[in-house]
Design a protein around this ligand. Structure first.
Ligand SMILES: Cc1ncc(COP(=O)(O)O)c(C=O)c1O
Length: 425
């Protein structure tokens, strides 16, 4: 990854977001270019440099990466340059390189990645493509985001499938038992999130996929928070589909995502949305009888048409950015900040209800909580007024709050938020 001073000055002049001193600091941040050399999760000297790589407003404490992750300058610069290139020189495409890059990033093969615009689109492709009939049962959670709830509820409405729900438990073992207890002769799929948006706990996804396989069920995973939060190996995970995005933990362009479809599952998952790229290239409307012939021998069968070359160049840059720092380093650091947040919330004793498990394998960078006797909406507004950006969780009547941290955050950011909690407790 090139952190070159001139290109930063160029993007900075367009964005008008940096002072010259900051540009120099940015250029000096070559030391961030470590190509996955291990960095301690508590090396504040190293991690405190990160914030300079993002155009985040100085007075903002941004603790809402779970909604979307701000992009660093190299990603913004790559997007802008690619867009300019397209508009100046008529260059088209630029996303062919993205599928193999994403595949490598998540432990998949090049032909298992379909580009999408967000998680919701990927989930819709998986939901509608799965061969299901009236009365078939699908297992979801009581902690769904609308992006995984609405597609399945819609298919329930239109096709008469049945949704069964479990509540994620405080331990991985108990969660598995709850899922197992829902499985019966009508069950066809487990369509669970890997990491629910409500309280960010890491569900035992490999065991869930194993269970699905053992019982002959489809494992159609909502992976909104997986990519970029932790290194992924989707082959090892064993899911049939994994829908995720580049605009949260990958810190990529907003409105970009991808759907992994396991190679051996592609002839089972129907492609309902066809266009340029979804067939094997031999289509011809003059054939008699008219037929689309063969689908593309890859997950390209699930998407078609023109893609935003600026955005996908930005996705490539976001993967480079993450690999430059090191996926494992990022994971360790954000897990450390998540634990720090938990510890600080737990200092309030029974005044705070920490909803995210403390179990080591079930926690990472997102924490959900309630403040006893304090309305969650009022606390959210109070934080917003003080430029502390967190998220409310009104979904499914859960009525709680959520804090999520990424590499541009410091312990000081968490402390500033904790000060507000202290004031209302
Ligand atoms: C768990 C979960 N699923 C699905 C979505 C929908 O994502 P998108 O807006 O990219 O479609 C989100 C977004 O926050 C989410 O947290």
């Amino acid at each position: 990854m090139k952190f070159d001073r001139r290109s930063f000055i160029r993007s900075a002049s367009v964005l008008a977001a940096l002072t010259m001193a900051e540009i120099d600091a940015l250029a000096a941040s070559h030391r961030i270019k470590n190509h996955s050399k291990p960095v301690a999760e508590d090396d504040e000297a190293y991690w405190s440099n990160m914030r300079q790589l993002f155009p985040l407003a100085k007075d903002l404490v941004y603790l809402n990466n779970g909604t979307f992750g701000p992009s660093p300058y190299p990603v913004i610069d790559a997007m802008r340059t690619a867009q300019m290139d397209a508009d100046m020189h008529g260059n088209y495409g630029a996303y062919d390189a993205t599928m193999p890059k994403i595949a490598k990033f998540v432990g998949a093969d090049d032909d298992e990645i379909a580009l999408t615009h967000n998680v919701t689109e990927g989930i819709n492709i998986a939901c509608w493509g799965a061969p299901l009939k009236r009365g078939d049962e699908i297992i979801v959670t009581t902690h769904e985001h609308v992006g995984n709830a609405a597609p399945w509820m819609n298919r329930q409405k239109l096709d008469g499938i049945v949704l069964r729900k479990y509540t994620p438990a405080r331990t991985a073992a108990e969660t598995l038992e709850r899922i197992n207890a829902l499985i019966n002769k009508n069950t066809r799929a487990i369509a669970t999130p890997h990491i629910p948006c409500t309280q960010g706990q890491i569900l035992p996804i490999k065991e869930i996929c194993r269970l699905a396989k053992d019982k002959g069920l489809f494992a159609l995973i909502d992976g909104a928070h997986g990519a970029g939060m932790m290194p992924l190996d989707l082959h090892d995970m064993g899911c049939d589909t994994y829908a995720t995005c580049c605009h949260k933990w990958m810190l990529g362009p907003k409105g970009t995502g991808f759907l992994y479809v396991r190679k051996g599952f592609q002839d089972t998952l129907q492609a309902y949305y066809a266009g340029g790229g979804t067939d094997d290239g031999k289509w011809n409307i003059m054939t008699n009888p008219i037929t689309i012939g063969n689908y593309a021998p890859s997950a390209h069968r699930y998407f078609g048409g023109t893609q935003a070359n600026g955005l996908y160049t930005g996705v490539n840059a976001s993967i480079d950015f993450i690999e430059t720092i090191g996926q494992k380093n990022i994971h360790r650091r954000i897990k450390y900040l998540g634990k720090y947040t938990q510890d600080r919330l737990l200092e309030f004793g029974n005044k705070i209800e920490l909803l995210t498990p403390t179990e080591e394998r079930s926690r990472c960078a997102v924490n959900g909580f309630r403040i006893k006797g304090v309305d969650y909406q009022k606390f959210f507004t109070r934080c917003n007024d003080k430029k502390i950006r967190i998220r409310m969780v009104p979904e499914n009547g859960i009525n709680s709050l959520r804090v999520s941290t990424h590499i541009y955050n410091s312990k000081a950011d968490v402390d500033r938020f904790i000060e507000e909690v202290k004031k209302v407790v």
